[in-house]
Design a protein around this ligand. Structure first.
Ligand code: CO
Ligand code: CO
Length: 319
């Protein structure tokens, strides 16, 4: 979000370590030399047609920005806009999905606010803690690091196929499972292996968020398409032209800094612009720590895909 005027820059507020002028996932305020507060909010319209899962996905997504910055969430508020005519059992299922997801994360939902709106919207305001020296930022990648991703891509494509009534039940179930999954272990892993640079993959799509990181870190990112994981069905729906509108917006907005190898066709390229809901973390790991990180990921039952590497230079190359 771009403010008209930057009233709240970190020059005037030295304890505002991460504020509105940075591309990072959440705001960070230093409380002491050992502790900083992370504050974030996110809410959106339904991505699936089952209210409980919608609530759980929205909550997992809201919590994700805290995990993406290396923090631990602990307290949250509901933010909801619900239609007047919505049956009570549907609205309470949305909130129950969110509450149970928060509890799984060890987070207390202490209240919130609901307004009337024709189109439902739901999410959380989340407060967390992070050590001020251990914040994971978009600008923290270093040349030589390996890039890892913790969830497969294609959630926007599957959600669009679902809206068009073209998605198989199995594909939708798989997508819901991944979108509902917390980035808690992924964040813990990133912190444990000293990731300085990372983000969660959400509305700007894989390459949009990667482009933000390349720019903020003053490096170039190199991806190998064949190593990038996709949800079952996502590639096939993409081949038949099923993309959410946001994928084209992302392509238009970010393609100037990108180079694709010629053997990647248009559908393959577009899958990398697909906006994700509650997507995984993308972060850098020092090459010498990679095998230990992989072993630890297995212990945590946390999927991890090595998708590319960080080099000096600028921009993004996908081969
Ligand atoms: Co984010
Ligand atoms: Co966000």
């Amino acid at each position: 979000m771009r403010p008209v005027q930057n009233l709240f820059d970190s020059k005037n507020y030295p304890d505002l370590i991460v504020g509105i002028e940075s591309p990072d996932d959440a705001a960070v305020w230093r409380l002491s030399d050992e502790q900083a507060l992370i504050l974030t909010t996110d809410f959106f319209t339904p991505v699936v047609d089952t209210p409980y899962e919608y609530g759980a996905i929205a909550a997992a997504n809201s919590l994700s920005d805290v995990y993406a910055m290396g923090g631990k969430p602990f307290l949250a508020l509901n933010v909801a806009a619900l239609p007047d005519h919505l049956p009570l059992d549907i609205s309470s299922e949305i909130l129950r999905g969110g509450a149970e997801k928060a509890r799984e994360a060890g987070v207390v939902v202490a209240g919130g606010h609901t307004v009337k709106d024709n189109e439902p919207k739901y999410g959380l305001v989340v407060v967390g803690f992070v050590h001020p020296q251990r914040i994971i930022r978009k600008g923290g990648l270093k040349a030589g690091e390996v890039l890892v991703l913790t969830k497969p891509l294609g959630a926007g494509i599957i959600a669009t196929a679902l809206k068009q009534e073209k998605a198989s039940a199995e594909h939708v179930r798989e997508a819901i499972e991944w979108m509902s999954r917390l980035n808690k272990n992924a964040g813990a892993l990133a912190s444990e292996f000293d990731a300085g640079g990372g983000t969660d993959v959400t509305g700007f799509g894989f390459l949009g968020h990667a482009a933000e990181m390349a720019r903020a870190s003053h490096v170039s990112l190199h991806f190998d398409f064949s190593k990038i994981p996709f949800l079952s069905g996502a590639r096939a729906y993409a081949e038949s032209g099923i993309f959410p509108g946001g994928a084209f917006d992302n392509q238009a907005h970010f393609q100037a800094s990108l180079q694709f190898s010629p053997q990647l066709d248009e559908a393959a390229r577009m899958t990398l612009f697909d906006p994700q809901t509650s997507g995984g973390l993308l972060f850098g790991v020092a090459r010498e720590k990679l095998s230990a990180a992989k072993a630890r990921a297995q212990e945590l039952n946390q999927p991890l895909w090595v998708v590319g590497e960080v080099q000096s230079g600028a921009g993004i190359k996908v081969k």
